[in-house]
Design a protein around this ligand. Structure first.
Ligand SMILES: N[C@@H](CCC(=O)N[C@@H](CS)C(=O)NCC(=O)O)C(=O)O
Length: 223
């Protein structure tokens, strides 16, 4: 059975969990992290799940980061690479219409999410949830909020022209953007209007695969 090392509160682990649900693949989940444990973030004095610093884990993933998978001896790390593998191996039709150009367009949105949306949202999570209040910084929060919204303008413009991130079908490209938007909705009660993102978000959160591991707010705003 496929093994996944990670933690449900990790947004990168979440990409893999959602993809596993989409491709309907059973797996063994091994909790692993140097940053968080059952009680929350180590910045608040909690014990981490561990595992990631062990020699055994470092042999699988020399970065000591999560997520990592082992699929019948095939080991892979980097969350978006894992999602691409799962899509190609288990559900090419479902996750990109088995079409190279659709695949390329979807992976473009994976890279956009990783390079543009993730860094400011990481700051938002730290400033709003994970750092102890005494360590929070209002300027950092404002800068992260502005940077994140600026990148959302690009998502909004795309969704003004297509139903999903790539054309009129759900693809691999909707998963990481969906996780960013879900976290943002949970984190920020006051949000500027993004009508097309709202329409798309309302649709994707109805997916059973999203509901299975990703919907639960505890996986996004606790810690
Ligand atoms: N580019 C890597 C980054 C991996 C990464 O930084 N993962 C975070 C969790 S989202 C991590 O390992 N944090 C430290 C920990 O929890 O031990 C990927 O996308 O997989």
């Amino acid at each position: 059975m496929l093994k996944l090392w990670g933690r449900p509160t990790s947004n990168r682990t979440q990409k893999v969990l959602w993809t596993l649900a989409e491709v309907d693949c059973e797996f063994e989940f091994i909790l692993a992290s140097a940053m968080m444990g059952p009680g929350g973030h180590i910045a608040k004095g909690n014990h981490p799940f561990g595992v990631v610093d062990s020699p055994e884990y470092r042999r699988l993933n020399p970065n000591g980061r999560i997520p990592t998978i082992d699929d019948d001896g095939f080991v892979l790390w980097e969350s978006n690479a894992i999602c691409r593998y799962l899509a190609m191996q288990y559900a090419p039709e479902r996750l990109y219409g088995n079409d190279v150009r659709t695949f390329a367009s979807a992976t473009r949105w994976q890279d956009f999410e990783n390079n543009e949306l993730l860094p400011p949202q990481h700051e938002l999570v730290m400033e709003l949830v994970r750092l102890p209040p005494a360590q929070r910084n209002a300027q950092n929060l404002d800068a992260a909020r502005a940077a994140f919204r600026k990148r959302l303008d690009i998502v909004e413009a795309q969704l003004a022209t297509t139903r999903y991130m790539v054309g009129d079908r759900f693809t691999l490209g909707d998963i990481p953007i969906g996780i960013r938007v879900h976290r943002w909705v949970l984190l920020e009660s006051e949000r500027p209007a993004f009508p097309n993102i709202e329409r798309w978000y309302a649709e994707i959160i109805e997916r059973p695969a999203f509901q299975r591991y990703t919907a639960d707010p505890a996986n996004h705003i606790e810690g």
